[in-house]
Ligand binder design. Structure first.
Ligand SMILES: N[C@@H](CCC(=O)N[C@@H](CS)C(=O)NCC(=O)O)C(=O)O
Length: 212
């Protein structure tokens, strides 16, 4: 299997996470942000992640990729799902984006490995989220808006190694979002969230991204 991905992409991390949980091998190709051609050649449009399966067929939806990988051999995502957790995950993205989007280009990630790729990202995301310097200057405000949600997550976490007590799709929904939020210097996860984040990252053998 080969995953075409961005290092900062939380949807890509869903796939990397299930592959790691299953102890399978994944070939990873990081695409430069301005390299739409590679994506279009593979699937006819600009989209990331793309998983090319062993039979050469590409997949386009991250959760389909997760189910595909989980279905190889015995499934590991056998725990129940909870509506509160998926609702939390859906809601949180709008609150983390103003903190994470203007920080990704500062992390030295491979998808921004050329000036053209970096500028391509900045121009695209600036249109959606606004000026990056201004967003970063408002870090304190965005952190205080986010903290109550992280505290709510702390109350939802049942054990540090599985949000619902047993590994489930909810872990796939939540951990990649925490990995992204963890890049924000000055954002302190509540104790239960920190414990969950550290235990799960350890379990799958991934270091957190740099903090800025
Ligand atoms: N439903 C798709 C969504 C994929 C998606 O929205 N990917 C974003 C990046 S995270 C994308 O390709 N955006 C276009 C771009 O970056 O130009 C999935 O879960 O895989």
């Amino acid at each position: 299997m080969r995953l075409y991905m961005f290092e900062h992409c939380s949807l890509c991390f869903r796939v990397r996470m299930i592959v790691a949980l299953k102890r399978l091998h994944l070939q990873e190709t990081v695409v430069l942000d301005d390299d739409s051609d590679t994506m279009i050649e593979l699937v006819g449009k600009r989209v990331i992640p793309i998983l090319v399966k062993d039979d050469g067929q590409p997949m386009l939806e991250s959760m389909d990729m997760v189910s595909h990988v989980d279905g190889i051999g015995g499934s590991v995502l056998t725990g129940p799902q909870r509506g509160e957790v998926s609702e939390w995950a859906e809601k949180i993205v709008a609150k983390t984006a103003p903190l994470t989007m203007p920080r990704y280009p500062l992390l030295g990630l491979p998808e921004f490995g050329t000036v053209a790729a970096l500028d391509h990202y900045t121009l695209r995301k600036r249109k959606t989220f606004g000026d990056f310097v201004e967003l970063r200057a408002n870090t304190r405000r965005y952190i205080s808006k986010l903290l109550p949600d992280l505290q709510a997550l702390g109350r939802l976490i049942e054990t540090p190694l599985a949000i619902n007590g047993k590994l489930s799709l909810d872990d796939i929904r939540v951990l990649p979002l925490l990995r992204s939020a963890a890049i924000v210097k000055g954002l302190r996860f509540p104790p239960r969230v920190r414990e969950y984040f550290e235990a799960m990252m350890n379990r799958i053998g991934y270091q957190p991204l740099p903090v800025v």
